[in-house]
Design a protein around this ligand. Structure first.
Ligand code: AQP
Length: 337
């Protein structure tokens, strides 16, 4: 049996408008984990097409997400950066897991309910089985840890259930490790700048709702200036944040961007007007995000180099995935190995 090591896998969809939530909730955490784990960071282009993507934009968004990983500090030489579609074992394992997962489990997934909305009949079948593909992404490498934002917690729990059921069904105790989510930091759920009750999201129609990783300094400052607030001064204690989602979001962003505990930041701004928080938040956001955006631009201006990094990463990912997939085929009873 393939030896199980502490291995990290995570993915980001190339669906455009990569934003501060993706960065603080996921990508930033990818960087630190490189010290302690073997890491695979995947641009999940197959997940992206569960909602129609323009093919030309999909290719350029795939390069952009890879550039964001690298610009943020992921090292594609010592770790692995690749796009999912280049490693066909993802799709192959996803099929097997489609046959392991139960309809009842998928019916509970809140992301499908949110994304499919009222017109569920018109959602793609891919959107429904999205969590099974995500389980395949993780289990294909026997990954043990998965850094994600809070919104992915339910999918991770499902991946554990699927791993457990596969192990039971095929009499293979501990064949797939049960992956642990890593949901850490003060910004695991960054909210929209226009509505503190909604997650900051790539698909929000309002550009003012999010800071994207490629926003210029002026845009970052403008969006923070226009961010929704409430009429009160900033709170004195964490308890006073309840019912004040916009204050909680902006203070949480400041804490995340300055690497301070939320309690320290609450103390720093206690009783101050929103305007003073906004002014300082804009400064730190520009300081942290603008250089990453500039480096992303430099990298995406040279698509051939990014494509070579992704191809090399895919080769190395395949080398890990194929022996695990071969064991899966054997255990399931497929001839031909
Ligand atoms: N608002 C957020 N706060 C913290 N983390 C977030 N993530 C996404 N939004 C936030 C985390 O970013 C990683 C990559 O997400 P994804 O691109 O795979 O999928 P998503 O969750 O569908 O991204 P969006 O931006 O929310 O897109 P739409 O608009 O399509 O819904 C994941 O680890 C995720 O948790």
């Amino acid at each position: 049996m393939t030896q199980v090591k502490a291995r990290v896998l995570s993915g980001v969809q190339p669906t455009g408008n990569l934003h501060l939530g993706n960065y603080l909730g996921a990508i930033r955490n990818f960087v630190g984990l490189q010290q302690t784990h073997d890491c695979l960071y995947c641009v999940v282009d197959m997940h992206a097409i569960t909602v129609f993507q323009d093919p030309v934009e999909l290719a350029s968004n795939t390069r952009e997400v890879a550039a964001a990983f690298i610009a943020a500090g992921v090292d594609p030489k010592n770790h692995i950066v690749f796009n999912q579609a280049q490693v066909s074992q993802h799709a192959e394992l996803a099929w097997v897991l489609n046959c392991v997962a139960r309809m009842g489990w998928l019916n509970r997934m809140t992301q499908f309910k949110e994304k499919a909305g009222k017109d569920r009949e018109k959602a793609s079948v891919g959107l429904y089985v999205y969590p099974n593909l995500m389980a395949a992404d993780i289990l294909l490498y026997k990954a043990t840890h998965v850094p994600v934002g809070e919104d992915q917690k339910q999918h991770l729990e499902l991946a554990r259930d699927i791993a457990q059921k596969f192990n039971n069904d095929f009499n293979a105790p501990a064949f797939f490790p049960l992956p642990e989510p890593i949901i850490q930091g003060p910004a695991t759920r960054v909210m929209s700048l226009r509505d503190g009750s909604k997650k900051m999201s790539k698909s929000d129609p309002s550009d003012l709702s999010r800071i994207t990783m490629t926003d210029q300094a002026d845009d970052i400052a403008r969006k923070i200036r226009k961010a929704k607030t409430d009429p009160e001064a900033l709170p004195e204690t964490a308890d006073d944040l309840s019912g004040r989602p916009e204050a909680a979001n902006l203070l949480g962003l400041f804490a995340a961007l300055t690497d301070q505990p939320l309690s320290t930041v609450i103390g720093q701004f206690a009783g101050a007007p929103f305007s003073s928080l906004k002014e300082q938040l804009a400064e730190v956001a520009i300081e942290k995000i603008a250089p990453i955006g500039a480096e992303m631009k430099r990298l995406t201006d040279d698509p051939a180099t990014i494509d070579a990094i992704l191809a090399d990463g895919a080769d190395r990912a395949r080398a890990i995935a194929e022996p695990i997939m071969a064991e899966v085929r054997k255990r399931v009873g497929f001839l031909g190995n």
